[in-house]
Design a protein around this ligand. Structure first.
Ligand SMILES: Cc1cc2nc3c(=O)[nH]c(=O)nc-3n(C[C@H](O)[C@H](O)[C@H](O)COP(=O)(O)OP(=O)(O)OC[C@H]3O[C@@H](n4cnc5c(N)ncnc54)[C@H](O)[C@@H]3O)c2cc1C
Length: 369
């Protein structure tokens, strides 16, 4: 049987991007997709992608193929605490950036990655594992890395579900994202030109499991009035456009990112809470780092050489750890009912809002710089 340079296991956004990026460097890549039952409906998530992710997708000739209404720029973001006046405002203009992020249709992004793969002569889709010098595990949270390679995962279950849906608002979004941090929920409205240009939002609402299940089972009118109460009418009235979907939320980290002949990327390596909108951004940064390490390798060094793969692991451990800690710290701070913590967290938001350099630093991290 033909031996490939790399077997990419898992064809989510991270696996497909990796296959494209390695194929573009002339490596022979096999992309293994698990046969799945056709989905009854498209993924309703709208991803916030930072500048670094957009740059990678542009180089892979994926970004330009996305329809205009499948990628909406965010110019402003307002984060609210659970006390009046506790607010943090990020503005692309103040930070000297074109935009803070782009909101991208999950299903459209997957389709566009597929379209690019059709023109990638070095990438072959396979339905069974094939021999390869390097196996890149991009299997998401259901990866078999624990059983196969003895990887241990540190997991924290938040006891929440992340409810996602598309909404249409009565007020125009004007490129502004909203986020509410409080106990026990975190709610984000991401401006998005689907389903209605200028008035659409992607919803990500992190709720305790029981409350999430109750709202998922509720009729549209009850769900919409819960949304109106939760957002205080800031974005106007909000109408559901389509179905609601939900994901269990965890913080999860692998204790190792590589071994001889194998490497972990994306959600197979780390899961973070979607409040910061960074999971896929981290996965695409993994792709960048691995491709860079492979491109710079000594000519005599094998792709599966653990010493080579450790360079990738070293590059990714700190940023992944930092993002996990930041989102986890925020969540824990805002989950506490203790009055002193409540005062501190709300005061913290106000202070960050006034502290120019800290705000700039946070924005730069979110932009992927
Ligand atoms: C509600 C919500 C909102 C989010 N919002 C954002 C956001 O705004 N911004 C952001 O950056 N991130 C966001 N994320 C995170 C983002 O969705 C994930 O980080 C990203 O989808 C991970 O991609 P992946 O390719 O690593 O994994 P997946 O998308 O899970 O893909 C893994 C693939 O591998 C396949 N697979 C599994 N096992 C095998 C096997 N043995 N063989 C072959 N194939 C296999 C699976 O079927 C799947 O197709 C959000 C997540 C949630 C839940």
């Amino acid at each position: 049987m033909e031996k490939f340079d790399v077997l990419v296991r898992g064809s989510g956004c991270v696996g497909r991007s990796l296959a494209l990026a390695l194929g573009a460097r002339g490596l022979r890549v096999a992309l293994l997709a698990r046969p799945t039952a056709p989905r009854s409906s498209a993924d309703v998530r709208a991803y916030a992608l930072n500048a670094a992710s957009v740059a990678l997708l542009s180089r892979l000739r994926v970004w330009e193929g996305l329809a205009e209404d499948a990628r909406t720029p965010i110019h402003d973001m307002r984060i609210h605490g659970d006390r009046v006046g506790a607010e943090l405002h990020f503005s692309a203009w103040q930070q000297g950036a074109g935009e803070l992020a782009h909101i991208v249709d999950a299903a459209a992004l997957e389709d566009q990655l597929d379209a690019a793969l059709r023109f990638a002569p070095h990438v072959q889709r396979v339905t069974e594992a094939v021999p390869a010098t390097l196996q890149a595990l991009c299997e998401g949270r259901d990866t078999g890395a624990a059983e196969e390679f003895g990887v241990h995962y540190e997991r924290h279950d938040y006891g929440h579900l992340g409810v996602a849906a598309r909404l249409v608002a009565s007020k125009p979004h004007q490129g502004q994202a909203w986020q509410w941090f409080r106990s026990p929920d975190v709610l984000a409205l991401l401006p998005f030109d689907r389903p209605e240009p200028g008035h659409g939002y992607g919803l990500v609402w992190s709720l305790p499991k029981d409350e999430a299940r109750r709202l998922l089972a509720a009729g549209p009118a009850e769900f919409e009035s819960a949304l109106l109460a939760a957002t205080g009418g800031a974005a106007g009235t909000l109408r559901l456009a389509g179905e609601r979907q939900a994901w269990p939320l965890q913080l999860c980290r692998a204790d190792r990112l590589c071994g001889p002949g194998w490497v972990l990327l994306g959600d197979a390596a780390h899961l973070v809470h979607p409040l910061a909108g960074q999971g896929l951004n981290l996965g695409l940064a993994d792709v960048e780092a691995l491709v860079d390490v492979i491109a710079r390798r000594e000519s005599w060094r094998s792709l599966g050489d653990e010493k080579l793969l450790r360079r990738y692991a070293r590059a990714r451990v700190a940023p992944t750890w930092a993002m996990g800690e930041l989102t986890d710290g925020l969540l824990r701070g805002f989950a506490s009912q203790a009055p002193v913590i409540a005062r501190l967290r709300n005061e913290g938001l106000r202070l960050v809002d006034r502290a120019g350099p800290l705000k700039k630093w946070l924005t730069a991290r979110a932009l992927g710089h």
